[in-house]
Design a binder for this molecule. Structure first.
Ligand code: NOS
Ligand code: ZN
Length: 344
């Protein structure tokens, strides 16, 4: 079953560039650019980049990004890291990928336009070399002034036809409410940019409601905690808001005590459009295949359920209806072929 899952065509919609760089690459870039490292030993550096078992909150988890951001301040680093992330995704048969990051955290020596262009260059080079499609989402950060979110949105609008498809709101959910960023998200909506918002992770259902009401979120990053309020569950169901669920990340930020108690199966059974994602591959030391294997082992998802969740990812993707239909047909054919192969 595990090999079969690895072979299935997949989609990933919630993946942070700065949480997913290869550890070897971090060492090489730091050495090349004279950036001071706490250690050049790969295993030891992993401790700095990966979350430990005793991490007890999102705020603590977010500290894991500080080092990655330091080494991502040059064009060369951004092109390489973006390229390698797509390469890693292609290796586990991801056919459609949305990558996200916060451009304003990377402007120590580059302009925000240079930052976006370098990442798009890396993504597109890998798209040319591998058989998958990639789009980019730009993150606004909760702790930054709302005017910065407008700046990120304007930047996203400039690259709307060049690979950027939407904006996100990320960062410390418990301490910074979403509604302050309304102007940016309404600007995005008016310009035809898609909107996703991290919510219902470090704060409850109320945070999800605000993301929908004020920020016109089409998707919710995580949304684990919607079950704290029945009305929110119904709104998510009725409005077909999809959830970008990242089960292992939720374990690491201490939103759930163990995978077995993750509510994803309940949401799935209610017909909510749940998708499965890694969030941060390096921070959580994780691949998407492993995440699906965990659903199979810990949450009793059967193969047909896993395939349906993968198709949910296509349905929730920030792409045209025509592209969705093509991908769904391709995926269904592949599912049948792979199932037949493993039966024989
Ligand atoms: O699970 C999460 N919840 C909220 N914010 C996050 C999560 N993972 C990463 N980031 C934040 O998003 C920024 C841009 O990629 C990262 O720098 C990190 O601060
Ligand atoms: Zn995230």
């Amino acid at each position: 079953m595990e090999d079969l899952i690895r072979e299935l065509p997949k989609v990933e919609l919630h993946l942070h560039l700065d949480g997913s760089l290869r550890v070897e690459t971090a060492i090489e870039i730091a050495q090349e650019f004279g950036i001071e490292l706490p250690t050049v030993n790969k295993e030891e550096l992993e401790d700095y980049l990966q979350v430990s078992d005793d991490c007890d909150s999102l705020a603590e988890y977010l500290k894991k990004f500080e080092f990655a951001l330091k080494i991502m301040q040059s064009k060369e680093a951004l092109i390489r890291i973006a390229y390698e992330l797509v390469e890693d995704a292609a290796q586990e048969n991801i056919k459609y990928l949305e990558v996200r990051f916060a451009p304003l955290l990377l402007t120590e020596s580059l302009s925000k336009e240079e930052v976006v262009e370098a990442v798009l260059t890396g993504l597109q080079r890998a798209e040319d070399d591998y058989d998958l499609e990639v789009n980019l989402i730009l993150c606004c950060m909760r702790h930054q002034d709302p005017s910065k979110s407008v700046e990120v949105t304007e930047l996203a609008i400039n690259y709307l036809d060049a690979g950027v498809v939407g904006i996100d709101l990320a960062g410390d959910e418990a301490n910074f409410p979403p509604e302050e960023h309304e102007q940016a998200f309404q600007l995005a909506k008016g310009a035809g940019l898609h909107r996703t918002v991290h919510a219902g992770e470090a704060a409850g259902a109320d945070s999800v409601r605000k993301a929908i009401d004020y920020l016109s979120a089409e998707r919710i990053g995580h949304g684990v905690r919607i079950n704290e309020d029945q009305e929110t569950v119904e709104i998510v169901q009725e409005q077909q808001i999809s959830l970008e669920v990242c089960p292992t990340s939720n374990l690491h930020t201490n939103v759930i005590p163990n995978l077995e108690e993750h509510p994803i199966k309940d949401y799935y059974e209610l017909g909510i459009l749940v998708t499965v994602n890694t969030d941060n591959r390096t921070v959580s030391n994780l691949t998407l295949s492993e995440e699906y294997i965990a659903l199979y082992n810990s949450l009793d998802f059967e193969l047909s359920d896993i395939e349906e969740v993968i198709l949910n990812g296509v349905k929730a993707a920030f792409i045209s209806e025509e592209k969705k239909e093509t991908l769904i047909n391709e995926f269904k054919t592949e599912f049948k072929r792979i199932e037949a192969k493993y039966k024989s």
